[in-house]
Design a protein around this ligand. Sequence first.
Ligand code: DGL
Length: 269
Amino acid sequence: MKISSLSPIGIFDSGIGGLLIAKEIKIQMPNEYFIYFGDTINMPYGEKSKEFIIENSTKIASFLYEKKCKALVIACNSIASNALDFIYKKFHNKILIFNVIDPIVKNKILLSSKRIGIIATPATIRSNFYIKKIKKYYQHLDIVQISAALLAPMVEKGLKIKKNIIGNYLNHFKSIDTLLLACTHYLFLRKEIDNFYNGKVHLIDIQKIVVKEIRKKLYEEKLLCFISNKKGKDPIFYTSNLIPTFFEKKVRIFFGEKVFIKTHVFNFS
Ligand code: DGL
């Protein structure tokens, strides 16, 4: 399949979490055209089994691959931590594959931390993916991780999350200097979390670091688009839900009224 710098970037998540990654792609790489898939009917992935996550995310990756994307961005920690090896095996010699975990754990930013907290979905925590990766690069780090089952589904629905719900989770972290928001949905709660800590705990800038890495690699592979997309293609957003949800609303807020939102339903087993 012929891909070039003009081909789209395929981004996927269970829902709105990856929209912040897509938004950052627009900021750092305004010429890029992308196709986004939010598997909103199956959200939350954080409560699904590893097998379910592997099967569904592989179907989404195949769907984006068929759309002739030049790269896949797994904008979901639950997918990356449970299915990355499978997606990688299937696609790595055909297409570039990015995820939201590797650029963070390899980033020198963690060198200056002593004790970090990781807040993530149950599926991500269960996988132990972060611990294994971080320990490989930074033996000195103390790591505390907690799973926050309630947060992603609430963010996905656009619900206002009360301070005490966030506080109940964050109170489990004692004396951390850095906190990793290890679910892309939690990136929407950055301000509330920062307020909880009065700015005293470092929150890693996930979107910026991840997208910088994508840009660098696309450039190295001569796949970065330099042709202005000003009058070019608007991104396309796919959702697996037949009924409109908060996802559509958020897409329009972020990317404008004009963008295409289409429904695609897979035959999931
Ligand atoms: N946004 C996803 C993540 O980064 C998953 C949220 C969910 O579907 O549970 O983990």
